[in-house]
Ligand binder design. Sequence first.
Ligand SMILES: C[S@@+](CC[C@H](N)C(=O)[O-])C[C@H]1O[C@@H](n2cnc3c(N)ncnc32)[C@H](O)[C@@H]1O
Length: 356
Amino acid sequence: MTKIPLDIGDYADIKPVYDMLNNCAEGFKKYCILLTAVEIGIFDRLVVPQTIRDISHELKTDLNIISNVCEALKIMGLVFERSGLYENTEISNLFLRTDSPLAQHNVLKNLQSGLRLWENLPKILKEGPITLSEEKFFANNLIHSLADEALCGELQRTVSIIAELPEFKKAKRLLDLGGGHGLYAIAFTKINPDLVAHVYDFPGVIDDTRKYIEKYEAERVKVISGNFFADDIGEEYDVIFFSSNPGGKNPRIVPRIYESLKKNGLFINKHCFYSKGEGSKNILLDIEWNLTTFEGVQKGNKVYTFNGDLFYDEYIELLEKYFSIINIVDSPDFTGYPLSKIGDTLDSKIIIASRC
Ligand SMILES: C[S@@+](CC[C@H](N)C(=O)[O-])C[C@H]1O[C@@H](n2cnc3c(N)ncnc32)[C@H](O)[C@@H]1O
């Protein structure tokens, strides 16, 4: 028989545990409200003021629940209410309205698929990571999420750094290697009127790249489909831009990039690097990184690492055999606001090097 702990000295302070649980529960509930509001289109409606009854009628939702959801959105700072009329706050208009140029819907979707993976943590712990096709992983929302995210500071800041380079100003032919959405290539052609840019990616991703090219009417952006570990990447480029890629720290790619550049051509590498002996940059991202594994490319233990990657000093040493390094820019100078799911700002660097 288990004795019921009835004495005053039998209990201990539960606060640390309940504080943690409350935090988790509150975060999860707010996340569900936000996701639902986006999914049912509340922020698309509340561009103009509406009563709860209008919202409920138009969205065909339960009147009481939607009334509470709107109240919660008000507390979260996403809508405001005046005389019974609800309306988007400025941040909702900017980031949560579907047709806003800075809409973050793909980031939310990506966050959702990441959290679904986390639900499998007990199974993955026992049975190992879920194997995914790398091409499908990127095509299935990740590049769209990266695109939404890039448009909120990182793209503009990165492009403004590159735009200052005299070699870029003269460039006529650029390769955006593993370019995904192609927004960097698109932006580069918008600021250099003589530039033709080529976005290189897997065939399944390139179909989506084309949609971005069309959306932003980027006539001088072309696509090349292939696998840069196995296939030809082309030649005679003035600039090769390489950002957030599995090959970003891989020594095999460096001589190939060298070969594909013209003399004095620029290699711009934008990646998250590790120093020898460095611990975790973010333990939650490390765990998430290892919930999945890619067919064909083996991931390392820490977020954004792959087997065969070089440490930062080793990579620089290798680069210096082929290139002269012009500048290295650290992440606070070019990244946007960090997002914990993506975490791309973690000690990223832009290494700008010129082919010797
Ligand atoms: C994390 S995304 C980065 C996209 C973009 N460069 C950026 O910085 O936002 C990585 C991209 O590289 C592509 N990629 C990964 N491995 C590749 C390979 N072996 N060959 C071609 N593309 C590859 C992916 O499909 C994806 O579009």
